[in-house]
Design a protein around this ligand. Structure first.
Ligand SMILES: NC(=O)c1ccc[n+]([C@@H]2O[C@H](COP(=O)([O-])OP(=O)(O)OC[C@H]3O[C@@H](n4cnc5c(N)ncnc54)[C@H](OP(=O)(O)O)[C@@H]3O)[C@@H](O)[C@H]2O)c1
Length: 262
């Protein structure tokens, strides 16, 4: 069996979409993986696929990262296996469409628990471990939503604003300690995301999006190159960097809000 040449990677949200593609990309480079999400059957199938295709070792930890102390439970499970990942890809996350006051507060809070609290808890733990044991790489999946305000999906956009800001700040703090933090900010990607978020009838989704594969490749390459930020949708990157800053804030927020409606 081929000896692994790449580092062990922990990938959250590996049971579908962009996360599953991160796992395939890393395994294809010969890297071992720790796969986590709630759906253990999907993770087990991916484990079998990766081990058979690439001769690597895949570990599965099925749990709810959004549960109280979900991230601590994942950290404990990784420690119990005696593993210390040199790459952590914080990818698990979900959205939710609708006017804020019409939505269930429990669903809004669950989004913050997963997209923000779990991501911060995992980043804090593994960044500290990497900084004291020779360095590593962290890839946080934010969003182009994280550079914008999103009426009709206000909490999701706010969670991604948090991820985008936090990741860019931490990268400055950690570079000198041998740890890079890369922010991947995708535009719309065709995964289970739209269905989970109840966005399938929206203008954004109907306009079509990128593939999970291309999005994961862009983020993975940026992480390996030590880039701080990768906006994987080139057109949106141009708009975010050069056009949106020139528009009145309220006008821009209304425009974005329209894309979140049927
Ligand atoms: N698709 C897009 O348009 C888009 C655009 C920008 C950013 N993003 C971001 O990209 C990331 C990946 O999303 P995706 O598009 O690949 O969507 P996806 O296909 O729905 O995948 C989401 C992943 O997160 C996991 N997950 C959800 N809730 C969880 C929980 N409570 N505990 C543990 N794992 C959980 C899911 O697994 P289980 O259901 O098995 O738990 C799944 O593996 C997210 O952070 C999303 O916000 C997506």
């Amino acid at each position: 069996m081929a000896q692994s040449t790449a580092e062990l990677a922990l990938i959250t949200g590996a049971s579908s979409g962009i996360g599953r593609e991160f796992a395939r990309l890393h395994a294809a480079r010969g890297g071992d993986v720790i796969l986590t999400a709630r759906r253990g059957d999907a993770l087990a199938a991916l484990k079998d696929e990766l081990q058979a295709s690439y001769g690597i070792t895949a570990h599965v930890i099925a749990l709810d990262l959004g549960a109280p102390n979900g991230a601590q439970a994942l950290i404990a499970a990784v420690q119990k296996l005696g593993l210390a990942p040199r790459i952590v890809i914080n990818n698990a996350g979900f959205g939710g469409a609708g006017a804020h006051i019409d939505r269930d507060i429990a669903a809004e809070r669950a989004m913050i628990d997963l997209n923000v609290i779990a991501l911060v808890t995992l980043t804090h733990h593994f960044a500290r471990q990497m900084a004291t044991t020779g360095g590593g790489r962290i890839l946080n999946v934010g969003s182009t939503a994280g550079f914008l305000n999103g009426p009709h999906q206000a909490v999701y956009f706010a969670t991604k604003n948090f991820v985008n800001s936090y990741s860019q700040a931490l990268d400055i703090e950690l570079r000198g300690k041998g740890v890079s933090v890369t922010l991947l900010a995708p535009g719309y990607v065709e995964t289970e995301f739209a269905q989970v978020a109840d966005l399938t009838q929206t203008k954004m989704v109907k306009a079509g999006g990128a593939t999970a594969r291309a999005t994961a490749q862009a983020g993975y390459d940026a992480m390996m190159a030590g880039r701080a930020v990768k906006i994987s949708d080139a057109k949106l990157a141009f708009m975010i960097n050069w056009i949106f800053p020139l528009l009145p804030r309220r006008m821009l927020a209304k425009m974005v809000g329209q894309t979140q409606l049927p």
